[in-house]
Design a protein around this ligand. Sequence first.
Ligand SMILES: [Zn+2]
Length: 286
Amino acid sequence: MAESKKHICYNCGKEEYKIIHKGVRDNDKIDVLRCSNCGLVFLSDDSHIASNFYENGGMIAGFSLENWIKNTKTDDKRRFLLLKKRIKDKIVTDFGCGNAGFLNFAKDICKKVYGIELQKDLYDYFKTCGLDVFSKISLLPEKSDIITMFHVLEHTKNPVDTLKELKPFLNKNGSIIIEVPNAKDSLISFYKCKSFEDFVYWSCHLFVFDKNTLKQTIKKAGYKIKKFSYIQRYSFMNNLYWLLKKKPGGHKIWAKYDFKAINTIYSFFLKLLGITDTMLVEIVPD
Ligand SMILES: [Zn+2]
């Protein structure tokens, strides 16, 4: 990447930044930058995400559908259990629904569920699940009470515009529930685990938000926060494995040591310090 290229912060417009990581896991020419003014973490280049990148399954290249569904099941179930009461009897649209893992749980308790997904080759599968999925939000036959976005916002080239575009498709009193990775993940901000950084920075994550930068993006899009929570998605054993073995997958490999009590205490402290791996926020039009 040419050193002379300008890197203006998407959030605050300043051009002061630090390179916090040289290269990302799938492209050594893209660096990870952090705005010195507002703290937004962003990539030095986003031109690799062409308009048809997600349509053609660029993100999950090399995964079979079966394995992909298996891999996301824990997250899909966690999200469903967490939001069960909130989405019951509501019209819910999952924006960027991926393999529809969440919708397949939600469809039994919601008034109606819809999905928005760009990836074309999933549509036959959606049909077998009895799901109505569209390639863009404007094709929805009705407005939604809740729009969910699980790990989608950080993939978009323009998160503010993406959020703005959803507004007309919300019912009165409707809200958007967003889950994103936390730039202050303990493995980065507290343990400073180099191998985790080499792994987690990825060309598809154009932005990595923390609580403040996420708030700024939400405000710029004309929403206010109704509820914010820190969530620890990965277990203590996963984190310990990273520190000792410098590799992912500890939550599976050391699953037999994964005691609920330890995780409860561990995530309690991570939440207290704001250094969980994930953030969940519910927003409403301002
Ligand atoms: Zn900034």
